[in-house]
Design a protein around this ligand. Structure first.
Ligand code: FE2
Ligand code: FE2
Length: 395
């Protein structure tokens, strides 16, 4: 019997939380299901704000949440289908494609009380047994009455899933996160981490970053920063890097630039990374290290790749990540730059080969520093040697 019983759990999963997971587990155990298929809904057709995560993010979170449960799986059917999906049509599709299976559609008690207003409830109930989880705030009698009403009106079978009540909803979680508050009690740890890393639902400093950066930088520096943002985002989408991370890294890359030397030193010390002798000698590059520390401590950026992209945006380093290379290059070639001698060739190279482009920038930077008698940072030399050796570039 059990090998025919398939549970389906629909929803936007924005984000998936522990009550979803618990309901799926209880339904799986109590109804002897072969599997539970999570069926995330597609994006709504109207424009969404950033309090709603796009489909690919919701899917990533689902994957993270169920990866330890081999009895659960995901169907991307509604994500791939164009337009709004009605449950009736989705269930008819599944029963048509898998006629040998018995379907159990799993819903929370809140959906039980909305079912009346769904599109064609009788068609939904004809194709699957509905399993309803309880929730705090609804009495058993109320739920029983509603089940009786619905089955008398539309036919079909609705059964209850026993589970400890959990008063959580995705919208409550979004609300908490939007204020920068902790929602980790309600989320799988990997999902919680993913939300933090990608600044989902958050309306705090990072979402308002452009305005904050504008206030913090002198006008010319802010214009340069916007140029770096634009260039970095273009490079990120061209080379398959994370565009959102490129935006955060580029917006913050020069955040420490307006600080005096004493202030830069203080930032580094407070961040637990005192300034070295060499950094003091070549104080021009210190804003990159201080910027990474400020991004971490002041702007709560936890992503190491973003922090490293800020930290090495001036000197580069051997073996840079894709994002590091993008920020390093974008800083040099953004549209507002005009003085460097080989800018045209370097801009062209950025569209062809990032390693060669990094090599050319490091070479020109070294040449400029030597000619102007400025301190030459050993890391810029290492960057040049490394990228020269891996690209076989003889300039
Ligand atoms: Fe900089
Ligand atoms: Fe810059």
């Amino acid at each position: 019997m059990a090998d025919k019983r398939v549970g389906i759990m629909g929803g936007t999963f924005d984000p998936i939380h522990l009550a979803h997971l618990r309901l799926a587990k209880c339904a799986y155990e109590q109804y002897d299901l072969k599997t539970v298929v999570f069926l995330p809904a597609g994006d709504p057709p109207h424009k969404t704000d950033h309090l709603v995560a796009p489909a690919y993010r919701r899917l990533e979170m689902l994957k993270l949440c169920i990866r330890d449960y081999p009895q659960f799986q995901i169907s991307e059917y509604e994500l791939e289908k164009q337009g709004y999906s009605y449950t009736a049509e989705t269930l008819e599709y599944f029963t048509q494609v898998y006629p040998e299976m018995e379907f159990y559609f799993i819903i929370g008690a809140d959906s039980l009380f909305e079912l009346d207003s769904w599109y064609a409830p009788e068609r939904c109930l004809a194709k699957a047994t509905f399993l309803v989880g309880n929730r705090l705030g609804r009495s058993e009698e109320e739920i029983d009455r509603q089940i009786q009403y619905l089955t008398q009106r539309y036919g079909g079978i609705i059964e209850k899933v026993n589970m400890p009540g959990m008063e959580i909803s995705s919208s409550d979680i979004r609300e908490l996160l939007s204020k920068g508050q902790d929602a980790s009690h309600y989320l799988h740890p990997a999902v919680n981490e993913y939300i933090k890393q990608n600044h989902l639902y958050y309306q705090g400093p990072v979402e308002n970053l452009t305005m904050i950066v504008k206030k913090r930088l002198p006008a010319g520096r802010f214009l340069h920063t916007l140029g770096v943002v634009e260039t970095a985002q273009n490079l990120a989408s061209k080379y398959g890097a994370d565009v959102d991370k490129a935006k955060v890294a580029s917006l913050l890359h020069d955040i420490a630039k307006p600080l005096s030397v004493d202030e830069l030193i203080a930032v580094c010390e407070k961040g637990g990374e005192p300034v070295t002798e060499e950094e003091l000698a070549g104080v021009k590059v210190l804003h990159a290290k201080a910027g990474a520390i400020m991004a971490r401590d002041e702007f709560h950026v936890a992503d190491k790749e973003i922090l490293d992209a800020i930290r090495y945006h001036t000197t580069g380093r051997p073996g840079m990540s894709l994002l590091e290379k993008i920020i390093f290059i974008a800083d040099f070639i953004e549209p507002g730059r005009s003085k460097a001698p080989n800018l045209d060739r370097i801009r062209k190279e950025a569209g062809l080969d990032l390693n060669r482009c990094v090599c050319m920038i490091a070479r020109d930077t070294l040449q400029y520093l030597r000619e102007s008698g400025a301190h030459v940072d050993s890391r810029t030399e290492e960057t040049y040697e490394y990228y020269k050796s891996i690209t076989n570039l003889h300039l």
